[in-house]
Design a protein around this ligand. Structure first.
Ligand code: 9MR
Length: 546
């Protein structure tokens, strides 16, 4: 059981006072209602964070689709991503069941913290319905494993049940190793707490300019998945130096674009597209039809009843598909006209399931519309986006023989049905164990069908599925460099429309929290400091091997 934060041991307190410089700010949504800054809880001196352009956002939790790796802190505590109350986007995190003041919600930051650097933490908080006003505190905790944990109370301010309040502060992280986490607690209350839009920023070194630009060395366009935090500062420098193309990691998914039927939110997507247009990057659209990241209303009748495969329900779902896709196409045409950067779309994502007789996943799309939903989605997309936008069927583990078999079968069926599928996206979430020969076999099989293809979401995990590393061993990073070189050589030897990585640098990878907390997973080309890894050099060497 974790030691309560308020009972800091004397040794730890001295360390805190000597090493920690904290600035605390509290603000509300409404500027006229600005609260007085709370006193700095652990030290009097204040530290200014470095200039904005040197800061990199290493954690951004919006809870629009899930808990994003946040976990309960304390027995009986629950953390749930909820959609009834939100400060921005579709959801927020509700922390309930607290029976001790230090109980709260926590997120692992171990791979994201940099020793000796000033970090800035910000979170919007609000208390559960009916709760009395109470202070909420943001705490960074380092657990060295062998000695007392260190607590940095980075921000504190009064919250109420009626309004969102922003807590933010900066703290210098001391030297020394250990596991880090950030948590939210209310030191003098047991109220439920809501949390939204949490960010942690830290300074990172300038992007290297003495390494080759990936887009200069590769014969194919090179892309990267990005979120809003990648569009400014150092991450943007990295993006613009190395990449030709972007995929919005989440901003173009149905749950973001149309969280409520008929209420479209193109804001997050436009943020990405505006940067692409400004800098001449193309955009691969992701995604239209998927079993995840699609709001429940898509598959419910107006009275909340789940849609069935009745004629009436099928017509309703088809109409919703058409409305969604057409609204996207209309928005792109209106906002960007001839400068529309979206040159391709993942029309159907992850349709395969080799365990099923017909090789198709039993998603809600399938349950309501039957196997023809795939062809239907391509027809709707062609009609909405026109003949020049390349339409992709996108899936994972396409190198596995059973999935390859079903992929080829589905593609042949689609071709026979005259469905306008132009290309195949191979997600390529692979590992050190992946057999590159199998990858090549799949690429050749798809080429044999006369279709275009791309690698859409490349990353190379260095840990096994059930392994949780407590550091990132250099030998794994070296093996990863070799694996990336072999993979990219196989790509370069074939005709691929593009190769995209699923994130700019390790801290940004979805594999840090899936299938479990893995703070030291490092699957991308650039490290937590945005510096080139052996995997980067593997990419460079492989690109020219083709
Ligand atoms: O990286 C994405 C993560 O932030 C989202 O929470 C998740 C659900 O929308 O999707 C992740 O991206 C997935 C992509 O959309 C489709 N292929 C697998 C990717 C990793 O899960």
């Amino acid at each position: 059981m974790r030691r309560p934060a308020l009972m800091i041991g004397a040794g730890a307190l001295v360390v805190v006072l000597v090493l920690v410089l904290v600035v605390v700010l509290v603000s509300r949504d409404d500027d006229d209602d600005r609260a007085e800054p709370a006193p700095a809880p652990t030290a009097g001196a204040s530290a200014s964070p470095p200039p904005a352009e040197a800061m990199t956002t290493v954690l951004a939790s919006g809870f629009d689709e899930g808990d994003e790796g946040w976990q309960p802190l304390g027995d009986g505590v629950a953390v749930d991503a909820v959609q009834d109350v939100t400060r921005s986007g579709a959801g927020s995190l509700l922390v309930s069941g607290r029976s001790e003041p230090w109980h709260g919600g926590a997120v692992d930051l171990s791979g994201a913290m940099a020793q000796g650097q000033v970090h800035t933490v910000s979170a919007w908080v609000r208390l559960g319905d009916g709760a009395e006003d109470a202070d909420v505190q943001l705490t960074l905790e380092r657990d060295p494993g062998t000695a007392e944990p260190l607590y940095l109370h980075v921000a504190r301010g009064t919250a109420s049940s009626g309004d969102w309040v922003q807590l933010s502060g900066s703290a210098q992280v001391p030297e020394g190793g250990g596991q880090w986490r950030l948590y939210v607690e209310t030191p003098e209350s047991l109220a439920d707490v809501r949390v939204d839009d949490v960010t942690v920023q830290r300074p990172t070194p300038a992007v290297q300019t003495d390494v080759p630009a990936l887009r200069d060395v590769a014969a194919f366009p090179v892309g990267a998945a990005v979120g809003p935090q990648d569009l400014t500062g150092r991450p943007a420098d990295l993006l613009l130096r190395h990449f030709d193309q972007v995929t919005a990691e989440n901003a173009m998914k149905p749950v973001t674009v149309q969280p409520v039927e008929g209420e479209f939110d193109f804001g997050p997507m436009d943020e990405v597209l505006d940067v692409a247009v400004e800098h001449g990057l193309t955009v691969h659209g992701h995604t239209l039809v998927w079993h995840r990241s699609t709001p429940d209303w898509f598959f419910q009748a107006p009275d909340g009843r789940p849609l069935t495969s009745s004629e009436e329900d099928r017509a309703l779902l088809r109409e919703r598909l058409r409305t969604h896709v057409t609204a996207l196409a209309d928005h792109l045409a209106e906002r960007y006209g001839d400068a529309n950067p979206v040159t391709s779309w993942d029309v159907v994502n992850e349709a395969l399931d080799p365990e099923e007789d017909d090789g198709l996943r039993r998603s809600r799309w399938y349950e309501v519309l039957g196997p023809d939903y795939v062809a239907e989605a391509f027809r709707v997309a062609r009609e909405a986006f026109g003949p020049d936008v390349v339409l992709y069927l996108n899936d994972y583990d396409t190198d596995a023989p059973d999935r390859r078999r079903e992929l080829v079968r589905l593609l042949m069926d689609l071709q026979a049905a005259g469905a306008p599928v132009d290309a195949v996206g191979h997600q390529m979430h692979v590992s050190l164990r992946t057999d590159v020969g199998r990858v090549a076999t799949t690429l050749d099989a798809v080429a044999g069908l006369g279709l275009r293809q791309a690698v859409t979401e490349l990353d190379v995990a260095v840990s096994d599925r059930d392994e949780q590393l407590d550091a990132t061993p250099q030998d794994r990073l070296d093996q990863q460099g070799d694996q990336v070189r072999e993979l990219v050589s196989a790509f370069a030897a074939r005709d691929l429309a593009f190769v995209s990585v699923w994130g700019l640098y390790d801290t940004r990878s979805w594999l840090r929290t899936w299938p479990q907390d893995r703070p030291f997973e490092a699957p991308l080309l650039f490290d937590d400091d945005l510096q080139a890894k052996p995997a980067f050099w593997g990419f460079v060497e492989g690109s020219s091997a083709g």
